[in-house]
Design a protein around this ligand. Structure first.
Ligand SMILES: *[C@@H]1O[C@H](CO)[C@@H](O)[C@H](O)[C@H]1NC(C)=O
Ligand SMILES: *[C@@H]1O[C@H](CO)[C@@H](O)[C@H](O)[C@H]1NC(C)=O
Ligand SMILES: *[C@@H]1O[C@H](CO)[C@@H](O)[C@H](O)[C@H]1NC(C)=O
Length: 813
């Protein structure tokens, strides 16, 4: 009666089936034995370290193919820390196998793409270790090959960089192939960051160095022993998260980072990123709700190496930190971004390093068709393209400088500073914006496309209406904002001291700002321990303070630098900000001004910024997003119309919207705010705000009104509707890169569903919101509604009419 035993092959297939099911979720293979292949496939198998922290296998990279890699396996990001075939992605079906000659990667056609390459001794087994090191060992468990000895762009805890070892940055955020930067511990002991002569591997210019080389000078004047004592022997990333350069005798020569994040609590990595900056990141191992992914770590003195890549790279050949004809700005997040000057556009918007091109016909060099009248200048303060000048004049004025460039068809811009004038031609290189530069760049642009000559009176008028785009530096808002607030506080403080006899209320009407001592704030923040965020020149720390009879959580902004600026205006601004009081604005509680210390104390917002909420792992619910949209609208309406003085925020973007306990939107960072006197409705001023959210009139010679905030709000509303960033390069179709353009296309084609894929809740009433957003982003400021009207439309009190194409108003100014 007993059933015959099943044939062995059935059992075999059954076991194979079970293995296939289990292996993609849990693979705790300790030792990798010879002959076990892994195949490149979606959700393919991988080899895990015993703890599961790291895995080795294939990772799909966009649509390009698969990378044989090691990654952090317990975090959703699956961050890659090492790869074998970065230059040569392989297709589905390729496989890697452990042979006694080492690891061999073959593509789907059987061609060898990569091999770990071990000669002489046979490999017995491999192991993915919990440190992130993949090792191949012989029978005696001696390591024959380690991934730690062949780093790509990342260093892990426990890994050392010995002499002649280097990190090579990737090409871009999403392209893992070798990029433009090297980080190398040279054989002379110097630790150096280099640009390379892309696409060749040869080093070009160093832009940072530890200066720990074993120099000839030392050899001559010191004993050779003592000279090697001062040269770098190895770079160590230790268990506490310190990264330092050590001499042969163990002396620490250069402490790169000292963060003291214990390896048992944090995942850590240091990476030479595609922008040429070496950064250290930590990720809490405990699934901590408040943390969002990898956080950059910061030390007292520096935030990254180099601290400002835009300024650090300055090379006689090569384009600098950004592509030719573009300029580099260090953002609030300490990351560089590349921009084109006005009237220039990116050659390839998906690869900004390719640089910018003139978006107008160049000036003719032909004597007969003199068209100097058709050109004028855009002025950018504190902006320069050093190393590109071909002529220099001394002891001249700005007018001479302008005329010299207008009359020279080779001249594309002049840089003017303190009576000196430099003429520059294409391609412009090393473009940068920084307050330390001083002076201004005058960029020659075509203002008249018609070939008709303009009359004398006309050209005179044009002189007066020269486009002045003062200080694009303000795009990197945080520097400006902190300087501004610091100066304001300083002035306020001085003012208060001088007029102690006057009651506070007499010159600070309704202002309820408190002063705190530095000691108290130091205590409140536990010695500035918990960093919430960081911008240039300021860190924001979490603290607990008692005031107003309560123990409250606060965010303490610690300003690091102090620059004297236009005092009258700043005083007015801080007073105004101190006076605002609305449930959709973050409240400034007080400040500290003591010796060198300048701090601002804000309410603590437990749910972080809208940026991390909106663009994080989980897509927030539609009703939550629209609740936030309405809150921001109400906050702006208050600033524009309900304050005693009208306030323009000028920098509305998701990073500047914080969320409180109940996920109510609270507008923050009034640093750029511009106050309009009661009788003033428009202002002309330098560019403020953040590119992408900046209304077009900033770039034109047009007055700036509250409508600039309406524009930024419109962009933000689209982001809230679609849960994506305004500019997204990793999209299916190029038409989707710029959200504003895509949204209008979808609206015009009646295909709004495309905007919110798989979001049923959204698709029901999103049309109204898209229409409101399209009204807000009209290029013509007059067509944009007021924030009051926006609020009423969102609330459903008034109907929304059909919006025109936002770009139909093409200004020829
Ligand atoms: C891996 O194999 C080596 C050599 O055979 C052995 O010494 C070691 O204990 C093995 N490790 C594990 C975790 O199985
Ligand atoms: C990555 O960039 C390199 C260098 O420009 C290029 O050759 C390669 O095709 C890119 N790879 C992908 C997958 O886009
Ligand atoms: C890491 O290095 C720092 C600086 O030398 C030292 O203070 C710390 O104790 C080290 N940590 C470990 C775990 O060795």
């Amino acid at each position: 009666m007993a059933l015959p035993p099943p044939p062995p092959y059935i059992i075999y297939f059954f076991l194979l089936f079970i293995m296939l099911i289990c292996s993609s979720t849990a693979q705790t293979q300790r030792n990798i034995s010879l002959g076990s292949p892994l195949t490149a496939a979606k959700n393919g198998l991988f080899w895990e370290s015993p703890s599961g922290d790291f895995a080795f296998g294939f990772q799909q990279i966009g649509k390009g193919g698969f990378l044989l890699a090691i990654w952090f396996n317990k975090i959703p990001e699956r961050t890659i820390v090492w790869s074998a075939n970065r230059e040569n992605l392989v297709q589905e079906g390729s496989k890697v196998e452990l042979t006694k000659l080492g690891l061999v990667l073959e593509d789907s056609k059987g061609n060898q793409i990569w091999a770990s390459g071990i000669s002489g001794i046979d490999v017995a087994y491999g192991a993915m270790l919990d440190t992130g090191n993949l090792v191949l060992a012989n029978n005696n468990s001696a390591n024959l090959w380690e991934s730690f000895n062949k780093p790509t762009d990342t260093l892990l805890v426990g890994q050392t960089l010995s002499q002649n070892m280097k990190l090579v940055a990737r090409y871009s955020e999403t392209n893992y192939s070798s990029g433009r930067y090297h980080f190398i511990l040279q054989s002379d002991g110097n630790l150096v960051l280099y640009t390379r002569t892309f696409p060749l591997d040869t080093p070009n210019f160093p832009y940072w160095e530890s200066s720990t080389q074993n120099s000839g000078f030392q050899l001559i004047f010191n004993q050779s022993e003592s000279s090697t004592q001062n040269s770098g022997f190895q770079l160590i990333f230790n268990q506490s998260g310190y990264i330092y350069l050590e001499a042969k005798n163990g002396t620490i020569l250069d402490m790169l980072t000292s963060n003291n994040n214990a390896a048992q609590d944090f995942y850590q990595r240091a990476i030479l990123e595609y922008d040429g900056v070496l950064r250290q990141y930590v990720y809490p191992k405990k699934n901590d709700r408040s943390s969002s992914g990898w956080n950059m770590t910061w030390t007292q003195s520096s935030t990254s190496i180099p601290s400002n890549i835009c300024l650090a790279i300055r090379e006689g050949r090569g384009s600098g930190a950004c592509g030719y004809n573009s300029y580099c700005v260090l953002g609030n997040d300490q990351r560089p971004s590349c921009h084109c000057p006005n009237s220039y556009t990116f050659i390839d918007p998906s690869d900004k390093m390719k640089g910018c091109k003139q978006a107008f016909e160049a000036q003719s060099c032909d004597e007969d068709s003199r068209d100097a009248d058709d050109f004028d200048f855009i002025s950018m303060e504190n902006t320069d393209w050093p190393e590109t000048d071909y002529e220099k004049f001394q002891m001249v004025n700005e007018d001479f400088c302008r005329r010299a460039c207008l009359g020279d068809c080779f001249c594309v811009l002049v840089f003017f500073r303190d009576g000196r004038c430099w003429k520059k031609g294409h391609p412009l290189s090393n473009g940068r914006v920084d307050p330390s530069l001083g002076g201004k760049a005058l960029i020659k642009i075509r203002i008249n496309n018609s070939t008709l000559k303009t009359g004398g009176t006309n050209s005179k008028k044009k002189d007066q209406s020269t486009l002045v785009l003062v200080g694009s530096v303000l795009l990197s808002s945080s520097v400006f904002m902190n300087v501004l607030l610091a100066a304001a506080i300083f002035v306020l403080f001085r003012f208060r001291q001088k007029s102690k006899v006057i009651k506070q209320n007499q010159f600070l009407p309704d202002m309820n700002l408190q002063t705190f001592t530095y000691a108290k704030l130091e205590k409140a923040t536990n010695g500035f321990k918990e960093l919430l965020g960081r911008g240039s020149f300021a860190g924001v720390f979490k603290g607990v303070l008692s005031f107003d009879n309560c123990e409250c959580l606060v965010a303490v902004k610690k300003l690091e630098h102090m620059v004297k600026e236009n005092e009258q205006e700043f005083k007015a601004e801080v007073i105004t900000i101190g006076c605002t009081n609305h449930k959709n604005l973050v409240r400034l509680i007080g400040f500290c001004n003591e010796g060198m210390h300048r701090l601002l104390i804000y309410e603590y917002m437990s749910n972080g910024s809208l940026a991390s909420f909106l663009f994080g792992q989980l897509k927030p619910k539609w009703h939550q997003r629209m609740h936030i949209a309405l809150g921001i609208a109400r906050g702006l309406f208050y600033l524009h119309e309900e304050c005693s003085t009208q306030i323009l925020h000028c920098d509305i973007k998701p990073q500047n919207i914080l969320l409180d306990d109940s996920y109510t939107a609270r507008i923050s960072d009034f640093g750029l705010a511009k106050i309009l006197k009661p009788d003033q409705t428009r202002t002309t001023t330098g560019i403020r705000g953040t590119k992408g959210y900046v209304a077009p009139e900033w770039f034109r010679n047009m007055p700036v009104t509250v409508k600039v905030d309406v524009y930024s709000y419109g962009i933000l509303l689209l982001e809230l509707i679609c849960c994506r960033k305004n500019v997204e390069e990793d999209v299916k179709d190029d038409a989707q890169i710029i959200l504003a353009d895509w949204a209008y296309d979808c609206y015009a084609d009646g295909k709004l569903d495309f905007l919110v894929e798989n979001d049923d809740e959204a698709s029901q009433d999103m049309e109204k919101y898209v229409m409101v957003a399209l009204w807000c982003i009209q290029e013509d400021p007059l067509l944009r509604p007021t924030m009051k009207k926006v609020t009423l439309m969102l609330e459903g009190t008034i109907e929304v009419s059909v919006p025109p194409d936002p770009t139909s108003f093409i200004s020829s100014i």
